[in-house]
Write a protein that binds this ligand. Structure first.
Ligand code: DAT
Ligand code: MG
Length: 159
C-alpha cells in the first residue's frame, strides 16, 4: 500500500456509540464533504487480541477494561481514508478526546459529550496510521481508484 503524498492513508473507526445512535452516515458525510477519499470500509466485531494491540498505549490505565468492553459492545465500522496530509486533517475534523470540550464544528464537538463514548477513533500519526490500516484491512480490501473531483479538491501541484 502506498502511504505517500496524496496517497497518505489513515484509519477511522466509527465506534459502538455512533452505531447505536445512528450517526454513521453523518460522520462519513463530514469526511466526504471535506474532499477526503474513502478507499476501504467494513463493519466488523472487535476481539480482545485486536483491541489489546490497538490500545496497547493504554493497557496500564484503570479504564482499559471498560474501554475494551465498550469497543466490543456492538460492531464498529472501520474506514480507510486517503488524501494529502490526511492523518492530520482527519484528527482535526474529529476533535479532542474529551468530546464535551471538543471544538464546536468538529465531529466529537458536535456529536458527543463523553470521553469514552466519543463516536470515532482516528490514527494519531503517519507511523501509527500505517500500522493501524494494515491491522484492520487486508491489502485487497483497500481500493486504488481515481476520484474525478480531485481536479477541484487539490491544486495541480498538490496532486
Ligand atoms: P484518542 O481517541 O483521542 O486518540 P487516546 O488514544 O488517548 O485518545 O485514547 C483512546 C480512547 O480511550 C479514547 O478515544 C477514549 C478512551 N479514553 C482515553 N482516555 C480516557 C479516560 N481518561 N477515561 C476513559 N476513557 C478514556
Ligand atoms: Mg488515540
Amino acid at each position: 500500500m502506498n502511504f505517500d503524498g496524496v496517497n497518505e492513508k489513515t484509519l477511522v473507526l466509527i465506534k459502538p456509540d455512533a452505531i447505536q445512535r445512528g450517526l454513521t452516515g453523518e460522520i462519513i458525510s463530514r469526511f466526504e464533504r471535506k474532499g477526503i477519499k474513502m478507499v476501504g470500509i467494513k463493519m466488523m466485531g472487535l476481539d480482545d487480541d485486536l483491541l489489546k494491540q490497538h490500545y496497547s498505549h493504554l493497557a496500564d490505565k484503570s479504564f482499559f477494561p471498560s474501554l475494551v468492553k465498550f469497543m466490543k459492545s456492538s460492531p464498529i465500522i472501520a474506514v480507510c481514508f486517503e488524501g494529502l496530509e490526511v492523518v492530520n486533517a482527519v484528527r482535526l475534523l474529529c476533535g479532542i478526546t474529551k468530546a464535551r470540550e471538543a471544538e464546536a464544528g468538529s465531529i466529537r464537538g458536535d456529536l458527543a459529550m463523553s470521553v469514552s463514548c466519543n463516536v470515532v477513533h482516528a490514527s494519531d500519526s503517519t507511523e501509527n496510521a500505517k500500522k493501524e490500516v494494515e491491522r484492520f484491512f487486508k491489502a485487497d480490501e483497500i481500493h486504488d481508484y481515481s476520484k474525478s473531483d480531485y481536479e477541484h479538491v487539490y491544486a495541480e501541484d498538490e496532486r
